[in-house]
Design a protein around this ligand. Structure first.
Ligand code: NAD
Length: 369
């Protein structure tokens, strides 16, 4: 394989502050691991709307098709007006259009980072293409209807195909994590099948069907309200949580809070052919432009993308770059280089600078081992 083509879409708010940091440290990790990457800058978000009248120009979508994966920075879509032409939500559209059906959102504690718990190491596997999200669960039109001035009706879509494939993804991931960590594999299905008997009933039925094909994985299911409670009381009990779309969106932010900050919460949107690195957080308008955003979530999201490329292509250079990013990030955090969201006073630029140095130091430590 020649160079991997990786799209870079900055996004809104803090996106242009954190995405370039992730790209810079990932470039350095790729260089020292002999991983050839061609970065392809593409317009998206409010800046693209200003320039092209579209928050997701067609040229961006067409070019992404020629890439193996890409980074999507946070988009401030609360400010987008979907009634205006050219104001679609790039995040939802890209997930659906490229069939990125699994949103993988790990949350773990890091040495040196103040957090409410120790030894948390879980991952939320969120179904990414249907459920109550109106921009992705109908072919045409919008699945959230304002019927009268005072009445809104929302449609929810749950299909056997999507439930089975997200369950399979979760069980396969649990098996891999168990092998890496030397501990038993465990999957928890989170649902509300006691009330949403048909929709979540189908989701649970599919999870049970897949669980029967993975007898070595311990399987349990829990109602989403109880899951929120257990997650706060004892997050260490969880390994892989598999959820429908909305529940996973909420629980993964909650999990980020338990281990320190949204600024440390990465995610990868995975399909059969493409993957999109995307931090869990939004555009953080309250701190945009201040130079204090934490770029770690973007860095870790790119590390997940490299890891995925390594698996897809059997490419040890990509796996090396992923590991190097993680180890260098760990060293940076352990050295107390913390942005304000983690209780520190370091700027985005200082963090980036330290992490570049940590990549060299980590490499040296590897070589000396
Ligand atoms: P948010 O995630 O942007 O912010 C929540 C809180 O976390 C804020 O206090 C913010 O300062 C902090 N935070 C987030 N990322 C941080 C980082 N990297 N470093 C330090 N602190 C960080 O959530 P919100 O305020 O609900 O949403 C803002 C906008 O983002 C909205 O328009 C929303 O629609 C959009 N959004 C986009 C995505 C996405 O593109 N993936 C995800 C969630 C929200």
């Amino acid at each position: 394989m020649g160079a991997y083509r990786i799209g870079v879409l900055l996004g809104d708010g803090i996106g242009p502050e954190v995405v370039p940091v992730a790209q810079a440290v990932a470039s350095e990790a790729a260089r020292v691991c002999h991983l050839a990457v061609e970065w392809v800058q593409l317009p998206v978000g409010l800046a693209a709307y200003e320039e092209f009248g579209d928050t997701l120009p067609q040229q961006t979508v067409d070019t992404l098709r020629t890439c193996q994966g890409w980074i999507l920075g946070p988009v401030e879509h609360h400010r987008y007006d979907p009634r205006q032409p050219g104001m679609r939500n790039p995040s939802g559209f890209l997930r659906k259009h490229f069939d990125l059906y699994a949103n993988v959102r790990p949350a773990r504690t890091w040495p040196g980072v103040p957090s409410r718990y120790e030894h948390v190491d879980l991952v939320v596997v969120r179904e990414n293409t249907e459920d109550v999200y109106p921009d992705r669960n109908v072919l045409e039109g919008d699945a959230e209807l304002r019927v009268t001035e005072d009445v809104v009706v929302s449609l929810r879509v749950v299909t056997r195909r999507a439930c089975l494939r997200i369950a399979r993804y979760a069980f396969t991931l649990a098996t891999q994590r168990a092998a890496q960590r030397g501990r038993p594999a465990r999957v928890t299905a989170v649902h509300k099948a006691n009330v949403l008997r048909r929709g979540d009933g189908l989701f649970l039925e599919c999870c049970r069907e897949v669980a029967a094909q993975f007898p070595e994985v311990t399987f349990e299911d829990v109602h989403v309200d109880a899951a929120s409670y257990f997650l706060v009381r004892d997050p260490v009990r969880y390994d892989v949580l598999v959820t429908p779309n909305l529940f996973g969106d909420i629980l993964s932010d909650q999990a980020a809070g338990l281990v320190g900050s949204l600024g440390l919460a990465p995610s990868l949107n995975v399909g059969d052919r493409y993957a999109m690195a995307q931090a869990v957080h939004g555009s953080a308008p309250d701190i945009a432009g201040l130079g204090i955003a934490n770029p770690a979530a973007e860095v870790l999201s790119v590390a997940m993308l490299f890891q995925w490329l390594g698996q897809q292509h059997g490419d040890t250079h990509a796996t090396c770059a992923a590991r190097l990013l993680e180890d260098a990030l760990q060293a940076t955090l352990a050295a107390g280089v913390l942005t304000p969201d983690l209780g520190g006073s370091c700027s985005t630029a200082q963090f980036a600078h330290t992490m570049q140095q940590a990549i060299q130091a980590t490499l040296k430590a590897w070589e000396e081992r």
